[in-house]
Design a protein around this ligand. Structure first.
Ligand code: ASP
Length: 360
């Protein structure tokens, strides 16, 4: 008996010594558990990078883009405020952008050289490092949701083409007729490139297809891959990206978007990243993972890490595009070496900020 009370006294003493003032509530004797991490929420989206010059959009078109970006960023932030996960927020925002014909993802996807729409997407969970990716889809209305299903409901990371669509059917996701993805302006953009290519050929040019040329001058034509990164109330990071790829891409071409570490990456220890731009360069440079690696091994802030990879490495390699990123404290990094990037984020007062051009 004496031994028991002695043990109890030691135990009580231990509690009193271990409890720091921050853990005490106003009421003596009542302990309050500290929240697991910094509970700040963070949310950033992009709608593609490219040559987007002031004046190249009419006022009406600019308003349309701004309104859709604001709707999507607010939808993701609302999910976070309701206590949902970063993955929920990323998926909610990307679905809105996929359903809009304005962006090169879902409904607004660009056309391949042979006149099809082939969609890619991926998602990553920074807490578990689980990831899901899909490529070469023709019938899935919301590729981001299928990417998430691959991550959560299959033992795999990446599924492609018909197999991925069969899996979408099994998961009871919405499938559409491939014609659903037809939009006139993306079709016209393809016709313009076909014409340009014919002219090049007739000049006996042996140049390979490039992600450049006059078509890039039209902000409507090629850009508009969409992506989102989130920090949720539990301190977990998530990233997702969805695209129709590049106009005039060859059948079966897969870009960076479904390549984990290239177009999408998330790790709670560093950051979440979603990219947009000339996919072949983003794959070769492992852009998204490289940003996380700079934070992990060189302890760089997220903005500096993003700038090194985009403004120095990507620039030097001859690629173009940009990234959005967020770290575990909610610090945002945005970097692009193109003239503009459709983007939106929630500022420190919880207000949405939408930007398009280099100087906002
Ligand atoms: N990164 C995409 C791809 O190469 C295209 C883009 O972001 O504009 O498929």
């Amino acid at each position: 008996m004496r031994k028991t009370s002695c043990l109890l006294a030691v135990f009580a003493l231990l509690i009193v010594t271990v409890v720091t003032p921050a853990q005490k509530t106003g009421r003596p004797g009542i302990l309050q558990l500290q929240s697991p991490q910094n509970p700040r929420l963070g949310f950033v989206i992009h709608g593609g990078a490219g040559v987007i010059r002031k004046g190249s959009l009419t006022e009406e078109q600019e308003q349309e883009y701004r309104a859709k970006l604001e709707e999507a960023v607010l939808a993701g932030y609302k999910a976070l405020k309701e206590g949902k996960t970063g993955l929920d927020a990323v998926e909610a925002a990307i679905r809105i952008l996929e359903d809009s014909p304005l962006f090169n993802a879902g409904k607004g996807a660009v056309f391949t050289a042979d006149g099809k729409n082939e969609l890619d997407a991926s998602v990553m969970d920074g807490m578990t490092l689980n990831a899901g990716a899909v490529a070469g889809l023709h019938r899935v209305r919301n590729p981001i949701t299928l990417a998430r299903a691959v991550m959560e409901k299959s033992p795999h990371v990446m599924m492609i083409g018909e197999g991925a669509e069969k899996f979408a059917e099994e998961m009871k996701l919405e499938l559409v007729d491939p014609k659903y993805f037809f939009t006139q302006r993306r079709w016209d953009a393809l016709q313009r490139i076909i014409q340009q290519e014919k002219e090049k050929e007739s000049k006996a040019s042996a140049r390979k297809f490039e992600y450049s040329g006059s078509e890039r001058e039209d902000p409507y034509n090629k850009f508009g891959t969409v992506g989102a990164v989130a920090l949720d109330k539990d301190g977990n990071l998530a990233a997702g990206t969805s695209t129709g790829g590049m106009t005039y891409k060859k059948y079966g071409r897969v870009g960076d978007v479904p390549v984990i570490g290239a177009g999408t990456y998330a790790d709670n220890n560093t950051c979440a990243v979603s990219a947009t731009g000339w996919g072949e360069f983003f794959i070769r440079l492992s852009v998204a993972r490289d940003i996380a690696a700079l934070m992990e091994y060189r302890a760089l802030p997220v903005q500096q890490a993003a700038d090194i990879v985009i403004q120095q490495k990507l620039q030097k390699a001859g690629g173009d595009g940009g990234v959005i990123a967020i770290d575990k404290f909610g610090n945002i990094g945005i970097s692009f070496n193109s003239e503009g990037m459709y983007r939106a984020y929630i500022d420190k007062d919880g207000k949405p900020v939408v930007e398009i051009y280099g100087d906002q």
